[in-house]
Ligand binder design. Structure first.
Ligand code: NAD
Ligand code: SER
Length: 325
């Protein structure tokens, strides 16, 4: 199944865009798609890494540390950038190992970009939130857009605080900032970077290379997940939607499909009948236990027409066909 490309291509003015954190799991695919829409030269990839992955060699790349506030400000102003996609962050599992730095990275970068927009140097900002904003007291099934949010991880606390600040900058200063609470994202073009949902990518590599997989979550741990093509399309549709349609300026719930490790293994066994899974839960089990099982994304559907296209079986087939071992 191929996701439909239905993005708006403005002929008379091409936005100049920078994706900060472009070499990660989302950034790699986001840059590639944005370049097909806005032109390769209009989409600058930026990351802490010395060099970008070869797949991004078709357009500009700059080594940038989002924590170097002055360097980021100068670059964005000198290059007359219109839109920022700010992806640089520590994810849930890595953040638990280094909470002080996770808080610093996840918050300071956001303020640098929100302040540039507040001063009129940017037209639009995308900053991703996460299902990690929810916590153990949140209703776990079909978690609503507006509900109890008491996150118990440093990552979740940083994302919840970020959401509050995005909404504040919108109301106080008119900053056009947009956000999505991504579920766990599943992709084959780039590897995940230290999250609790990473097992749902690794399982495909191990299924193909070894025929078996040891999961760091328990078999019945349901989590909201999404195939990367849906996430990239949703992100760009949100950013291209008319401002008046974006009623939520904290972050939108978005749902793909939800499954447990056991259910994912069963789906893989439809294509690889000899595949076997075993379970050795570690510290990430507590993180997963604090997150929802599934998400209600009706606000995104109603406000800007969001609809997921890939269910679990479709995603599994694409992953097995495409992961390179
Ligand atoms: P990732 O870890 O794969 O990529 C992050 C990138 O940021 C890396 O390439 C890294 O080198 C770069 N980076 C780190 N520190 C930097 C710095 N100081 N300056 C510039 N770049 C820096 O992460 P991802 O999965 O692509 O996630 C991107 C964003 O989406 C994050 O904010 C994450 O919280 C959010 N998110 C991701 C998922 C998911 O499942 N992947 C789910 C929910 C939310
Ligand atoms: N996939 C992310 C993580 O596990 C959710 O934000 O950290």
């Amino acid at each position: 199944m191929k996701a439909k490309l239905k993005f708006v291509q403005t002929l008379y003015y091409m936005s100049k865009i920078i994706v900060i954190g472009s070499c990660g799991q989302i950034g790699t695919e986001l840059v590639l798609t944005l370049r097909t829409i806005y032109g390769a030269s209009n989409v600058i990839a930026a990351d802490l890494k010395e060099e970008c992955p070869p797949i991004l060699n078709n357009g500009p790349y700059i080594k940038m540390d989002i924590l170097d506030r002055e360097a980021v400000r100068s670059f964005i102003m000198e290059e007359k950038v219109d839109e920022v996609y700010l992806l640089a962050a520590l994810l849930s599992a890595t953040a638990e190992k280094n909470p002080d730095f996770a808080w610093k990275l996840n918050m300071e970068g956001l303020f640098t970009i929100l302040d540039l927009a507040k001063e009129g140097h940017l037209k639009k900002v995308f900053w991703p939130s996460s299902i990690a904003v929810f916590g153990p007291t949140t209703p776990a099934d079909l978690t609503p857009q507006h509900t109890i949010m008491e996150p118990s991880t440093v990552y979740g606390i940083s994302k919840q605080a970020g959401e509050r600040w995005c909404e504040y900058y919108f109301h106080k200063f008119g900053v056009d900032v947009r956000s999505i609470r991504y579920p766990g994202l599943i992709s084959y073009k780039s590897l995940p970077g230290g999250g609790t949902t990473d097992y749902a990518v690794d399982i495909f590599y191990k299924a193909k290379s070894q025929g078996s997989f040891t999961c760091f979550l328990k078999e019945d741990t349901a989590l909201p997940m999404m195939f990367m093509d849906d996430a990239i399309r949703g992100t760009i549709e949100l950013m291209q939607a008319p401002a008046q349609k974006i009623k939520i300026r904290s972050a939108y719930n978005l749902a793909g499909s939800s499954f447990t490790p056991a259910e994912l293994a069963t789906s893989i066994q439809k294509y690889l009948p000899d595949f076997r899974i075993s379970y050795e839960p570690d510290f990430r089990q507590a993180i997963a236990d604090s997150w929802p099982n599934s998400i209600d994304d009706s606000y995104a559907q109603k406000d800007w027409g969001w609809k997921a296209e890939f269910d679990t079986d479709a995603m599994v087939k694409i992953m097995l066909d495409n992961v390179n071992i």
